[in-house]
Design a protein around this ligand. Structure first.
Ligand code: BGC
Length: 444
């Protein structure tokens, strides 16, 4: 038998040792629920994308069948919070806004079980599964979708608000706009510059409108989740430096600036103003709402060259080809904090895709454990520097449907057997469980 992985000694890191700092794990509906739209859910753009042969169809993790055990597992692993997303097409059947009773019943039971288990429920409203019936009307390129999103947010706030601690409106608007509408790697697979910026603007507007509805109908905390990281020039040439500065503005500031400073970033406007929808200036006030939380998803830092765009990271890389840089997380946090008046922050996703080795003792993933520990230390360092960080979520609970990569990329701390759907915690999950137990004992 090989030895278990070493414990992470939370007691050495005052900021994250404090029991008021939440530690959880995150998932998203389309990546785990499974059973397609056969169980009362309307089709989403990802079903459509599969259909067009862009990525591998599958059954998620059959979470619709296994959700009770999955939540128990989250509790057993020692987490105090669980971040999930609700599926818009499971809750609302059509553009007339008809509410789907089966979807409401499913999420109500699930949220009630979280409450019984004393797990803090952190809910994302939009983790990329736009109802196909809205895509048929132009999707995020159509302003109407932002209005429909606000209606969906209202319905969630009214129906489930009492069971939710924090509602995050939209997950990673950059990915939705740029991978979904510029490069076409994600659903709906559009490749068009103007579509990407119309989408970005309408996502921000959707967020702003939804915040009003959520505040009016429940007392959950409200925020949005952004992704990103520092962008470094590959050389010190002024061209590469300018390119890196631009990449950062487009990657992070395209959303952070309107949300927290009330305008689009200068360099992006200079290049793309003509791609924004007419009258965008009139929406800025609506977009810049006071928030209770900012969620940040961090995976890696970016290396940028003027001539060749984004370059491969420095080793060690994940199987996604992403550089492992905990320092990058610290740098991103401090930069954001310097540039914006921010609400309290949670790291809503952080994790790594790897190939694990199967040994007699189970699935060994020391590199993942190392990654998590280093990023926890970076979070603690940021707290020590005065950044108001309230939580950290490991991405992700279990190996699941990794969007354009199908099931080939495994980010989970729990392995899922694709034939039997059996869940088996990996060594990293067990090490985290033991470390969280020790943290709990030390703070009792
Ligand atoms: C997304 C997740 C995804 C993860 C790894 C984030 O961009 O929110 O849904 O699985 O990154 O690619």
């Amino acid at each position: 038998m090989s030895d278990p992985l070493p414990l992470f000694e939370f007691s050495k890191f005052a900021g994250i040792h404090d029991p008021r700092f939440h530690i959880g794990t995150a998932t998203a509906a389309f990546q785990i629920e499974g059973s397609g739209h056969t169980q009362g859910r309307a089709a989403s753009i990802w079903d459509q994308f599969h259909g067009a042969g862009h990525s591998i169809a599958g059954d998620g993790c059959a979470h619709l069948q296994h959700w009770r055990d999955d939540l128990k597992l989250v509790k057993e692993l020692g987490f105090d919070s669980y971040r999930l997303s609700l599926s818009w097409p499971r809750l609302i059947n059509d553009h007339d806004g008809h509410v789907a009773a089966a979807g409401v019943a499913f999420y109500r039971q699930l949220l009630q079980q979280l409450q019984q288990l004393e797990l803090r429920a952190v809910v994302t409203l939009y983790h990329w599964d736009l109802p196909e019936y809205w895509q048929q009307q132009g999707g995020w390129c159509n302003r109407q979708t932002a209005i429909a999103f606000a209606q969906y947010a209202k319905m969630v706030a009214e129906t489930f608000g009492d069971l939710i601690d924090t509602i995050y409106t939209i997950n990673e608007p950059w990915v939705v706009a740029m991978l979904g509408h510029r490069s076409g790697e994600h659903a709906p697979g559009i490749q068009d510059e103007q579509a990407a910026f119309h989408c970005a603007h309408h996502l921000l507007l959707a967020h702003g409108l939804a915040v009003n509805e959520i505040r009016a109908h429940c007392s959950a905390k409200v925020g949005i989740v952004l992704n990103g990281g520092p962008c470094d020039p590959v050389t010190i040439s002024s061209n590469d430096q300018r390119a890196a500065q631009y990449a950062y503005q487009e990657g992070t500031e395209l959303f952070a600036s309107p949300l927290f400073n009330g305008n689009y970033p200068e360099l992006v406007l200079a290049r793309h103003q003509q791609h924004l929808p007419a009258g965008w200036q009139q929406d800025l006030l609506q977009i810049q709402q006071p928030l209770d939380r900012l969620g940040l998803n961090y995976y890696c830092r970016y290396r940028i060259s003027e001539q060749h765009g984004e370059q491969p990271g420095c080793a060690p890389l994940s199987t996604m080809g992403w550089e492992q840089s905990a320092l990058g997380l610290y740098r991103w946090l401090t930069k954001l904090q310097r540039q914006h008046p921010l609400p309290p922050i949670e790291i809503t996703e952080n994790g790594i895709a790897l190939e694990e080795t199967l040994t007699e003792a189970g699935l060994r993933d020391p590199q993942r454990w190392h990654y998590i520990c280093e990023h926890l230390k970076a979070v603690d360092a940021a707290i020590c520097d005065g950044i108001d960080l309230r939580g950290y979520f490991v991405w992700t609970l279990m190996d699941n449907f990794e969007w354009g990569h199908g099931y080939s990329q495994t980010f989970g701390i729990v392995h899922v057997d694709r034939n039997t759907m059996a869940r088996t915690p990996k060594a990293s999950a067990l090490a985290l469980q033991a470390s969280l137990k020790q943290r709990q004992q030390n703070s009792d």
